[in-house]
Structure formats: C-alpha cells, structure tokens
Design a protein around this ligand. Sequence first.
Ligand code: MG
Length: 317
Amino acid sequence: MTSPSYEVHQPQFRGMVDTTSLPEAIARGFTWAEGPVWWHGALYFNDIPAKRMWKWQPESGLSVALENSEFANGNTLDGRGQMISCEHGGRRVIRRPDPKDPATVEVIADRYQGKRLNSPNDVVVRSDGSIWFTDPPYGINSDVEGYLAESEIGGCHVYCALPDGTLIAVATDFDKPNGLAFSPDETRLYIADSGAIRGASFPGIDHTLPHHIRVFDVDGTTLRGGGVFAVIEPGVPDGLRVDHDGNVWTSAMDGIRCLSPEGQTLGKIVLPAPTANLCFGGPDGTDMFITASDTVWRVRTTRRDAATCLRNQGPRT
Ligand code: MG
C-alpha cells in the first residue's frame, strides 16, 4: 500500500502545505467517506453506503452524529452557518439548521419541472444565498449509495436554487457533474465531471469518458464558457475546494492535487486509497480534512476556504 506523502511540483506548494509532517489518519473504518464540512467546532462527514453521519472533534474524537442519514453525500454551509446537505435517498438538497439535531431538515430542492432529481451529489452556496448543486445518478444507478431507480429528468444537470425557491438548470451538457466551487470573487465556477466512473464508489474507471474539471464565467445565474480547466488522472475529480488565493484543490484516485488558477499542478498530497472530497476547517480554518475511501486524513496547511472567507466578511454589496 502506498504511504502518504507529498509531491512538490512548484516551489510555492511548500508554503501552502506543511510538508514536514505527513498526513495524519484521524479516523478509519468507513465504507466510503464523503461530504466533509467543518461545522460548529467539529468535522462532520458521511459514510454514504452505511447511511451514517459522523462527527469528529479534536479533543473528544469520533462519535455518530446521525443514524439513517439516507445516503447523504456532499455538505457545505450557508451564510447563516446552517449545514446544506445532498441526500441521495430522498433525492433532494436539504438544510440542517441545528447541529444538536441534524435529523431535523428543511427541503431546499427535490424536483425540477415536476420531476424528481436524480441524486444530488455536492453543493456550494454563493454569497447572495443561492445554492448551487450537481445531480449525477450515483444514488439511483444501484442500491449501494441510494435506491435503484430510473432517472425522471433523463439528464445529469447542474442547478441553482434561488432563495425564493426557484430552481434553474444552469448547465445541462455534463456527463456526471460532481464537485463544484466558486473562485474567491465568485466570477468563476469550477465543476468536476466524473463521467469516467459509472457506478458508486469507484467500481471501475473508463478514461475515455470525462474525468476533468470545467471552468465557467458566472453572470448572475448564467454560466458562460465551460472549457476544460484540468484533466485529472488517475481516477476522476470528485469533491473540490478553492482556497483564498484562488488555487483549486481537487480529489483524485491517488489523493489531492493543488492547481493554480491557471490550471498548473503545484503539488499533490498522495494518499493510499481513492479520494472523494476535502474541506478546510479546524480551530483557525487552515486544517485540511480529506475523505479517502475508509479513512479521514488531516493535513496542516496555510490555506483557508475562499467561501468561508467570503462568508465571514458578510454579504457582498
Ligand atoms: Mg461527489
């Protein structure tokens, strides 16, 4: 098994990650860990096939946050500090207002033009309160990460839910849209296409199919451009985050890679198993937490999440 390590491709990567200390496994034993988010002083993440949400705190370690999470996947926070979750089982995007009671939810979106969504996968919130999410079929194309069912919509789109409840399909030309994140000034939106994996939890990869990140110019709820920003091999890009300087941190088969805003690989965090997602968190927001198959890792960095920085500044005018 590969040991965790770092690859420094450009010198500035040494100033972004503490390469003198190896990635630390803080929790193990999951089926397929996903959806990391730092919420009210703790790391929350989902074991999708096990239908369980976990909570990890630096002082007290691991505990179950929610039994029967209905195959919840990607998580983020909104401007009020509430958790926004993608739920395969319910085929919907939901809000969890209270960390003491994560089972209590409010539905943000579950249908588009009267048809059920496929299985929302990952989600980001813009500073104007709109909620952007992807809707591939990984929660309906088997019973592993959801409930086997036909797609009612017949496509895998990217959506924007406005605060008034309106749901807009903002991109309809993806194979399997997955992780997504805005640039620090929210003028660009990065969206992964993980089409090269057909089923849940990496059962097989076909690199003739999409395994790249696209970048769009954002004008209100209109996306323009959409060219390939970076091809990710081996594996696919799944979850991704953008740091306060605009660097893109994406998952891949072999760990996490850091890309400059121009798409140049600056460095890699090499991990021994397929890697699904990451977030920034910890006491000062600079710890990176990575969900990679059965293990959750922590890496010390000098980075902060661009969305968190924007949220802490309050709404843009
Ligand atoms: Mg994902």
